[in-house]
Write a protein that binds this ligand. Sequence first.
Ligand code: APR
Length: 257
Amino acid sequence: MNRIVTFSGAGLSKESGIPTFRDSKDGLWHHFRVEDVATREAWLRNPELVLQFYETRWHNVQSCEPNAAHRAIASLDRSYEVINITQNVDDLLERAGAKQVIHLHGSLNARKCEWHHSIVGIKGDSEFHCDYRATQTAPVKLGELCPKCGGQLRPDVVWFGEAVDMQWNYFQMLAGQTDVFIGVGTSGQVEPAASLLSVFRKAKEKYFIDPEPPSGLSGYERLKGSACTHMPELAHGLIERLADVDPPPRYQSSESD
Ligand code: APR
């Protein structure tokens, strides 16, 4: 079966009403300082402020619905094997029906112990010893403690300076077996995730949808504009194309036998 990989960022969910991070007017990082709400140091200094920030984001996502671009991506599952790699911590791809979603930066729908081993990556640090992680239906509050080690619970997201589980071997292998790679709605400014744009250069066909696509995307067809403008059309074309290549078997009446 033909394989599609999508790689998305905050721009994918923008038209659902979820702000991006770096857009000039309403980007989150123009209203909050990363150092105050999205680092380990911020957590140690003022966990209540950090939890408030994520609680507000959690409520924002709850009030939003998947948009036409999420639905278009999900529709590809009917014809292709689709793997969605996203930097987004919302669940709008899943709510649109997408089957395989890898959340590189974690999920607002999960919590983990503040001493979770994933925070420092595979090599670790003995202080980060805990493996408690769970889904959540309400945001974490200060005072909610880890049932395993008593640490304070925190959102299961990756803050600046923390380890991202990049599964490099898997992504390298996947890139060589990908027919169509679609980057959508990311500034491509944040490593290590942004390196996937280079890793997936091996894919046979590559698209990038964004009103302001990052520079240096050689080999990509740039579709300049919003996710909801371009993604449905691109998905429709990809599905139609397969239908042309593999027409369904024709019904033959017994009279023509
Ligand atoms: N459709 C598609 N793309 C859009 C739209 C839209 N309607 N509106 C804005 N964009 C694009 C912007 O042009 C920009 O390229 O979405 C991108 C958003 O970029 P960022 O705000 O940097 O978001 P992202 O790339 O997801 O950030 C990566 O940085 O702060 C961290 O952890 C956070 O996961 C995030 C990471």
